[in-house]
Design a protein around this ligand. Structure first.
Ligand code: PGA
Length: 257
């Protein structure tokens, strides 16, 4: 059986960094540094307050925009929340769901992640569902239990057409922002397990679904990661904050595309 060609995706998660001016400048440098046409899909996720500005800066370029989170309700008395229709309105096409910082620092549960992914799908935003184990879970050999449990919670019972509209990001919690990157073959093994799990639900959609790796991805470790057949791109935090470190990561994905 031939390996399906999945178009790599590289997403930059700017987290709580960069105001309007810096976000706009970075968006322009990234867009200006990509080949045209670009064989890799590139997406950036600015803070909420910079979304409209970044959308304007990216108009007419190949770079897409993601939100870092969303609320599952469309409107109502939910002070501080932002919903899928508003994110669409601001120009997003993607949304991160269940990032480990949301899970760990803001108490997000699997059930919340599921509802958020459903809200995104309802409004045709592509959810990038983040999963990953802590160091303690890895050390006691629970990595696959934890990761596949998170996958089941976010994906369970969805039909194949929903799977076509979703992306997974495997981000070991111990690798995020720590400079410790998973060994490429260890990450590959987890990606294979995630794909196998989703294959039980929808074989063709699972074969085409993109699974990104995240956690201290840098220009000097990305090449080996991208050589793994089931690593279809990267979710990049720290190294996405400057074009000088983000563009080489995109280049490595292009080399694989
Ligand atoms: P990092 O963050 O690249 O800084 O480790 C990745 C992420 O949190 O998505």
């Amino acid at each position: 059986m031939s390996i399906p060609r999945r178009r790599p995706l590289v997403a930059g998660n700017w987290k709580l960094h960069h105001g309007l001016h810096a976000s706009e400048a970075l968006a322009r440098s990234i867009a200006g540094g990509l080949p045209s046409p670009c064989p890799v899909e590139v997406v950036v996720a600015p803070v909420y307050t910079a979304l409209a500005t970044v959308a304007a800066a990216l108009r007419g370029t190949s770079v897409g925009m993601s939100s870092q989170d969303l609320h599952w309700e469309d409107r109502g008395a939910f002070t501080g929340a932002v919903s899928a229709p508003l994110l669409k309105d601001a120009g997003c096409t993607y949304v991160l769901v269940g990032h480990s910082e949301r899970r760990q620092l803001f108490g997000e549960r699997d059930e919340d992640v599921r509802r958020k992914a459903s809200a995104a799908l309802r409004h045709r935003l592509v959810p990038i569902v983040c999963v990953g184990e802590t160091l303690e879970e890895r050390e006691r050999g629970a990595t696959l239990d934890v990761v596949l449990g998170q996958v089941d919670a976010a994906f369970g019972d969805r039909d194949a057409s929903a799977l076509d509209q979703m992306v997974v990001a495997y981000e070991p919690v111990w690798a995020i922002g720590t400079g410790k990157v998973a060994r490429a073959e260890d990450a590959q093994a987890v990606h294979v397990a995630i794909r196998a799990r989703l294959t039980r639900m929808a074989p063709e959609a699972a074969a085409m679904l993109r699974i990104l790796y995240g956690g201290s991805v840098k220009p000097d470790n990305v090449v080996e990661l991208m050589q793994q057949p089931d690593i279809d791109g990267a979710l990049v935090g720290g190294a996405s904050l400057e074009a000088a470190s983000f563009l080489p990561i995109v280049q490595a994905a292009i080399a694989r595309a």
